[in-house]
Ligand binder design. Structure first.
Ligand code: L34
Length: 292
């Protein structure tokens, strides 16, 4: 069994990005600028956004963090999105999800100028991704593809089972794993109403678990020699930890790992790659790689 080290891979890619930014700036180009909107005080979101700001520093990007209380109205938030759309210094920006219940996430996503949508959540980017056109690809699926590529894990023609059908992971992951230019795999998407989920998993060469249910994937569901990618990062109470919680993946790591050819840990697997791919998208935004 080989552990896929997302943290080390992300550090390496960030160093590559920093080198490129250095060249750009030395040649008189513009330093890429990422802005992030964070609404409220969700513990996970606070951590992820903090890590995003730190990653910007590591890459040599400029970053701006805009924080609002969870009492902000939808109209006020849409006005902030509009300001960032029109701010010529900002190359790309994100609105960290989830948002408070009184705000429509879909409305906010659609309000973002797709040319600055470095999360790749806008319908134009999602649509372009689905038909294989150049665009911003959402960071978690992109990070998983990058891990598979850097670890030389064969996907072409392989059976890939994706657990979960969310807009930010399951759906785009399925699209990308299916496409010839990315995964070129045979893809099955399982979800809460799938009848033979266990059997589907048992036949998979690659399992990508993104359902947000701690320890959902158990050893009996995994074929010997499979590759298992764990997207889950659920905070579960843990009195032995200083923070009072620990991060738990969707995979029962201890019993699944011995059966795997490759497996990602939580933490230190997909999470750091998500942040790193946001940096890649921001670099693309700075270079106007996809759109003018
Ligand atoms: N708009 N909302 C928007 N864009 C995103 O790309 C996200 N996502 C998801 C939640 N909402 C979003 C993230 O940033 C999930 N996500 C994310 C990012 C980073 C990490 C996990 C999820 C991460 O860094 N995980 C670390 C542990 C961090 C910790 O200590 O809690 C890891 O090693 O897995």
């Amino acid at each position: 069994m080989q552990l896929i080290d997302g943290k080390a891979t992300a550090a390496q890619i960030k160093a590559e990005i920093a080198e490129e930014v250095k060249q750009i700036v030395e040649n008189g180009g513009k330093r890429p600028h990422l802005a992030a909107i964070l609404v409220g005080h969700d513990g996970g979101s606070e951590t992820y956004v903090r890590n995003k700001v730190l990653a910007c520093e590591a890459c040599g990007f400029k970053s701006t963090l805009l924080r609002f209380e969870d009492t902000i109205s939808e109209a006020e938030l849409l006005a902030e999105v509009d300001k960032l759309n029109r701010d010529e210094d900002v190359d790309g920006f994100i609105v960290q999800l989830p948002l408070p219940k009184h705000i429509s996430e879909q409305k906010v996503i659609e309000a973002i100028d797709y040319r600055k949508d470095v999360d790749g959540f806008h319908p134009i980017n999602v649509g372009r991704m689905a038909i294989g056109l150049p665009c911003y690809i959402s960071a978690t699926p992109k990070g998983i593809l990058e891990l598979l590529r850097r670890y030389h894990i064969e996907t072409s023609g392989r059976k890939c089972v994706i657990l979960g059908r969310s807009n930010i992971v399951g759906k785009p992951m399925a699209q990308l794993m299916m496409q010839k230019q990315y995964g070129d795999a045979t893809v099955t998407v399982c979800h809460s109403h799938s009848r033979d989920l266990k059997k589907e998993c048992q036949e998979a060469d690659i399992i990508i678990a993104a359902i947000g249910q701690p320890n959902f994937v158990t050893a009996d569901m995994v074929k010997e020699g499979a590759t298992v990618i764990d997207v889950g990062t659920t905070r579960v109470p843990d009195a032995t930890k200083k923070s009072g919680f620990r991060l738990n993946g969707d995979v029962k790591f201890d019993e699944v790992a011995p059966k795997c050819a490759y497996i990602t840990p939580v933490p230190g697997g997909v999470g750091p790659m998500t942040i790193c791919m946001l940096m890649k998208n921001t670099l693309s935004a700075g270079k106007k790689e996809f759109y003018q």
